[in-house]
Design a protein around this ligand. Structure first.
Ligand code: NAD
Length: 420
């Protein structure tokens, strides 16, 4: 099943359903619940861009600030043909709970442009990015809203946004975006932060479940930034990554894929298919592959009610945002699958983005090992905080993570009080 297939619920409906479950479990006050549920600001922009063929194409983009209760809005920018406002609203909502789960002083935001960057030249991408940056300029800034990369955006895109923003001020302002190139004030360790955080939460989960990482079979759906780095660290720690996929296809080797070689191969060829020593499998076979650890690291709704029962894994580590629908959650939880929910599992990216913003604001830069150590501490502390709620309240890990994040946002909102 392609992961962009018709879904039971769109991502925003799923985010709202999960919010209600956690808010009910927290017995959240009705007024606070209404205050923190919906996005604070939603901006839709139309972006005319001159394409290489001389014609002008008008793209649609969005920037959503879901919450600034605990600090500036924080969240990535996605370039993808299927970007919709509801998807951006869902992603912004998850960012709010995610920043609160790892207890960093940010709220939640997200941006997206409906486009296909794979079919655009670098010049077209730069023009689109600068146009988008100037269209959302009133909302962004180091103290207001700080974008970062997401699917199909990268450090170069962040560099263009930083430059466009800085041009309006007359001096460089690196803290307006994170995930920048190191030469422009990026942080060491940011590029691998999400995958590293996924790995750290898996270490904690394996310890909790008494599953040895050594020899554990791992399946990775989406061998991009988050998926490939998680795979690399798991491989380096003697787990056995037996299958991996990207948008073009899936590869399998029951004895384990050579992950550093697969990363090099994907860099060279642009995909994982036909990797020497592997056999091709279908996306359905990949998800159904018996394993100890499944890492969905592509897009939303990869696992839904119709395919949840085909999974044969002990742990799902959600590197992607929203890869399981609420129905899939219920099916997997009933089967005793341990889910490390997205707002915990993939929070390493925003955590090191926070470190990057701190370094930019202080003009003082840290060593890579310092970043890794701080990240590991944050990820393992947050895992334990969520696990404690899971065990004491007897709720699923997703509801536990939402309870932690929503509870912190509710507390901040209550302390700030209502506008008269
Ligand atoms: P990326 O663009 O580097 O990688 C995405 C990968 O998914 C690509 O290899 C792509 O080919 C693959 N893919 C796309 N459609 C697929 C399909 N149908 N089947 C299998 N693979 C498919 O993006 P990324 O930054 O790694 O993000 C992946 C997920 O992780 C997204 O949900 C994103 O929101 C989430 N995430 C990323 C970060 C980060 O810092 N990169 C942080 C938090 C969450």
């Amino acid at each position: 099943m392609p992961i962009t297939a018709v879904v039971e619920k769109n991502a925003y409906e799923a985010a709202m359903e999960n919010f209600d479950l956690a808010a009910d479990a927290l017995e959240l006050d009705h007024n606070v619940r209404n205050m923190i549920k919906s996005p604070e600001r939603v901006l839709t922009v139309h972006l005319p861009v001159r394409m290489d063929n001389g014609k002008i194409h008008t793209f649609q983009g969005h920037r959503v600030q879901h919450s600034t209760a605990r600090g500036p809005a924080k969240g990535g920018i996605r370039y993808h043909p299927h970007v919709t406002l509801d998807e951006v609203k869902a992603l912004a909502t998850w960012m709010t709970w995610k920043c609160a789960v790892v207890n960093i002083p940010f709220g939640g935001g997200k941006g997206g442009v409906t486009c296909n960057p794979k079919e655009m030249s670098q010049v077209e991408l730069e023009h689109l990015t600068r146009r988008y940056a100037s269209a959302i300029l009133p909302l962004i800034g180091p103290a207001q809203d700080i974008p970062a990369p997401d699917v199909y955006t990268n450090s170069q895109v962040m560099a263009w946004i930083m430059d466009t923003y800085s041009m309006t001020k007359g001096y460089p302002i690196p803290g307006v975006v994170t995930g920048k190139p190191i030469a422009l004030g990026g942080s060491l360790g940011r590029n691998e932060a999400t995958g590293r955080g996924v790995f750290n939460t898996l270490q904690s989960a394996c310890e909790h479940l008494h599953i040895p990482m050594k020899g554990a079979r791992v399946v990775v759906q989406g061998f991009g930034n988050a998926g490939s780095i998680a795979a690399q660290l798991l491989h380096a720690n003697e787990a056995c990554v037996i299958a991996a996929s990207d948008s073009k296809g899936c590869v399998y080797n029951p004895k384990g894929l050579d992950i550093p070689a697969l990363i090099a191969y994907k860099e060279k060829t642009g995909g994982v298919i036909n990797f020497p020593g592997s056999e091709p499998i279908t996306p359905e076979q990949l998800l159904a592959m018996p394993c100890e650890i499944l890492v969905p690291a592509a897009l939303e709704n990869a696992v839904q009610a119709e395919n949840a029962e085909t999974l044969h894994t002990k742990i799902v580590a959600e590197a992607a945002n929203g890869p399981l629908t609420p129905e899939a959650d219920r099916i997997l939880e009933a089967e005793g699958v341990f889910i490390i929910p997205d707002i915990l599992c993939n929070a390493g990216g925003v955590t090191v983005s926070y470190f990057e913003w701190v370094q930019d604001e202080q003009h003082l830069f840290w060593e890579a090992q310092d970043v890794y150590n701080r990240l590991e501490r944050v990820m393992k502390t947050s895992f334990n905080d969520v696990l404690k709620i899971h065990l004491t309240h007897k709720v699923g890990m997703r509801t536990a993570a939402n309870m932690l994040g929503i509870g912190r946002v509710a507390e901040a909102t209550t302390l700030r009080g209502l506008y008269p």
